[in-house]
Design a protein around this ligand. Structure first.
Ligand SMILES: [Zn+2]
Length: 217
């Protein structure tokens, strides 16, 4: 089964697993309704760093039941962005509130990270109980990929990526995603498999076993 580890689309895709990203910032009611009606769909839920200034850590903890919902398999997208969004320290405090939940709920995080390598590496050390950190939409060069991989991160590649960086990512640390792009997921698997010199089926098997290892059913 093809897996898309990060999408903002709520459209149905039969015979595929799409990790649909919900942001509770917009309005809580539609998010609660979506989760209530989930029939086998899987979700990641998180406050994007660009929206961090509309929350306090206390409000995040008050909504813990949302993140604890059984259809919410991952927490995200969450993270840090030094170039956009509100004050950086506010971003850090909302990110940490969600990392605390990821630790206690034992759910992996899908991370938006722009210009924040040092802080992110120190937070990863500070929250060792977060079961996995997936850097989504990875576009960095191979040196950056090697560094993140060395620190235990998973990398997820969307429409735009650096080919040399992708080739450095072992199959057991790799995910694919569509994010906000309207793109054919299977075609994405085919082109990445061609780059890696394996069959689309072998790539699909590898991503599926990563998914099964990280995502609690
Ligand atoms: Zn996204």
């Amino acid at each position: 089964m093809l897996i898309d580890i990060h999408t903002h689309s709520l459209a149905p895709f039969p015979d595929q697993i799409r990790m649909r990203c919900l942001d509770p910032t917009a309005e809580l009611d539609p998010v609660c309704e979506q989760l209530k009606q989930a029939k086998g769909e899987v979700y990641s839920l998180g406050i994007h760093p660009w929206k961090a200034d509309s929350w306090t850590p206390l409000q995040v903890h008050q909504q813990q039941a949302l993140w604890a919902h059984s259809a919410v398999k991952m927490i995200g997208e969450i993270g840090l962005d030094s170039r956009q969004g509100g004050p950086f320290l506010q971003q850090v405090s909302i990110f940490e509130a969600q990392l605390e939940m990821a630790s206690s709920l034992r759910k992996p995080v899908v991370v938006h990270a722009v210009g924040t390598t040092e802080v992110l590496l120190s937070l990863k050390k500070k929250y060792p109980d977060v079961p996995a950190w997936i850097l989504h939409g990875f576009r960095g060069k191979q040196e950056a990929a090697i560094q993140w991989l060395r620190h235990g991160f998973y990398l997820s590649f969307g429409r735009h990526y650096n080919e040399e960086a992708l080739k450095k990512c072992p199959l057991n640390r790799l995910f694919l995603e569509t994010d906000t792009a309207e793109m054919d997921l299977y075609a994405h698997y085919v082109s990445v498999a061609a780059l890696l010199g394996c069959s689309p089926e072998a790539l699909e098997d590898a991503v599926t076993s990563n998914y099964n290892r990280l995502i609690l059913s």
